[in-house]
Every structure is written in structure tokens, then in C-alpha cells.
Design a protein around this ligand. Sequence first.
Ligand code: PLP
Length: 365
Amino acid sequence: MSQNTDLLLLTPGPTPIQPDALQALLIPMVGHMDPAVFALNARIQANLKVLYGAAADAFTALVAGTGSLGMETGFANLIEPGDTVVVATNGSFGDRMVEMCERYGAKVIVVRAPIGEAVRLEDVEKALKEHQPKMVSVVHGETSTGVLNPAPEIARMAQDMGILVTVDAVTTAGMMPYEMEKWGIDYAYTGSQKCLSAPPGVAPVAVSARAMEVVRNRKTPVTLWYSDFLGLQAYWDHRDYHHTIPVQLHYSLDAALSAALNEGLDVRARHAAELSVAVARTLETIGFSHFVKNPRERLPSVLSLRLPEGMNDLQVRTALREKGISITGGLDATRGLIWRLGLMGEAARTEHYMRFMRTLDEILG
Ligand code: PLP
């Protein structure tokens, strides 16, 4: 078996696998109904409440898929055909929310902000007042552009109006403050391979008691049978068979999550924010500039920088890849225009970025 173990991932996901999480993948097979696995699941559920700042009565679980399944699971459970949903979007992942809500039969009101700028609170407020939706959804950290959206403010406003709130936590929970209960969020999700640095394949989710009540009172069954909250709850809370879980991925996620909590969520957040500023300042000296103009709207975990005039995006990234470092360019509207550097989980280590700077310096001469 040959594999390039030297490849350093500084992409906005996936991130390098946390060492304990990598080891955990070797755990011999255990049945999904084994008491040891139920004990593991209970620890994951408790730790996810800490990760998300969720209330004691929130339901937490892993769904067997990536972040997109986390996103889809929320919409599948909380939308019934004909419901009105406001989606605030300013990039590819907000747009993915719009598409999913439409597929589940929602009447979607889109509140759009320009690429590279945060969604405006007053625009969301206007839409909520005018359309009285069942739910509002927003991506906290828009990975495609490196913009931080005002999710706490949107959540607080919507909760006061009795509107359900979904906030994508894919690039934020674990690397930035995320306070589900305090902010008034009803559904949160992420992907294991992002801020937690576990392998891809499970999506940690958290559902408020209020959202669970909405699901119990649905008029129609959830069409995505696999991740129906009530089916998931039967397995996670009541230990009844629902489907066979990917046991090794649960062990691995557990190890990564425990490591993150032991390191301290505040410590990780502070470090990522400081490192992001330091990396940007260094790259500015060779002609890079911030893509996100407003410093308050910059996402520390995904640093998006406009390329210097005349730099060949693909050529330099290919040269970096040949020297064992993987970074990412723009997505959709920002392709060829920016680089996106990931400062999530294990990627957010000073020594990794020192190596990146040295290597870039060698390439650019
Ligand atoms: N939401 C955000 C903000 C993301 O960055 C991503 C992936 O990059 C997703 C959702 C989708 O996650 P996945 O690619 O794990 O399905």
C-alpha cells in the first residue's frame, strides 16, 4: 500500500486527521447494538452539547454522511411542503441551502448579500417581518468566500419572533464561539472533517427541544427516512435499531471531539484568530490582499485572500502541491481570483503555516 503521508492539508476542509482520531480507525469491529457502542454514543452526545453550547434538553447525534447531509437532515425534518423559509445567503453554501429548501417543497424567500460581504441584519429583519416564515437559515461561516455572517444576531431576532433557526456550523463550531442555546438556534450541524479534524463521513447535529416538538407534530412523514430525527432518536436515546452506524467513524469522531474539548474551545478560537491575522499580514507583504474588506466580517477559520497581480493561481498551487502542501483556490464566483487557506482543527497550527510560508517563498523566489 503506498500513500503520500507527507501531504499537508491547509485547505478549508478536509483537514489533517487528529492523531488520536487516526488511531481510533483501527478499532476492531464492534456491533452497533453493543453496550460499548451505546456508551461511546452517549459520550459523543454529551460532548456535542458542549461543542454547540446546546441546552441540556437538546437532541444531539451523528448522521452518517458529510456536512451536506447535516444540512439536508435539518431541512428534511423541519420543512413541510408549502412552508415559508427565509434563507440569507452570500455564497455557494447559502445557495445550497436555498436549493435544498426548494426540493423539500418550501416557499423560499432569498435574502442575498454581495459575494465577499456579510448578509445584512436589516434585510433579514425586513424579510422576517414581511413573510412571517416558519424558519430562517443562514451559514455562519461562508467557506466559499471566507465571510462570517451575523448568525447570533439573526438567531436572537428570529427566536424573539417565534421563528425556527438553522445555522450551518461547518466552519465555525470548534474553532469559534458557537452558542446554540444562548443565541436561540434550533438546528446546528457540521462535518467531521472540518473543525474537528476527524475523517469525513459523519455529520454531528444538534436539535433544540422546540424543533423536536415541531417534528413530532408534522402533518406529513419526513421523506428522508434515513435521517428522520425521530428514527435517529430511537437509536441514540432509546437504543432501538434504526440503521447500522459506521462504528469506526464514531470512535474516530469521539477521539477528535474529546481532543478539541481538552485543548479548550476558547484556546482554539483565540489561536485560529491570531494565526489568521499573522498569516494575512505576512502574505500582504508580497502582494496578497484581503478578499473580505470589512475586518469584522472575516472568518478566522477560512482566510480568503485576493491573489497578487500577475500571479498564476494554478501554477503556484500546483508547485505547492508538488512540495507536499495542499491549499484551495476560489469556488464558483471567486475561482482564479482568491486563495482560501484553512485554519480549522489540525490545520490551524503555527508550524504548518511556517512551513507554508517557507515553501511559498522558495517557489516565488
Ligand atoms: N456548509 C459549509 C459552510 C461548508 O463549507 C461545506 C463544505 O465545505 C458544507 C456545508 C458541505 O459539507 P460536505 O462537503 O462535508 O458535504
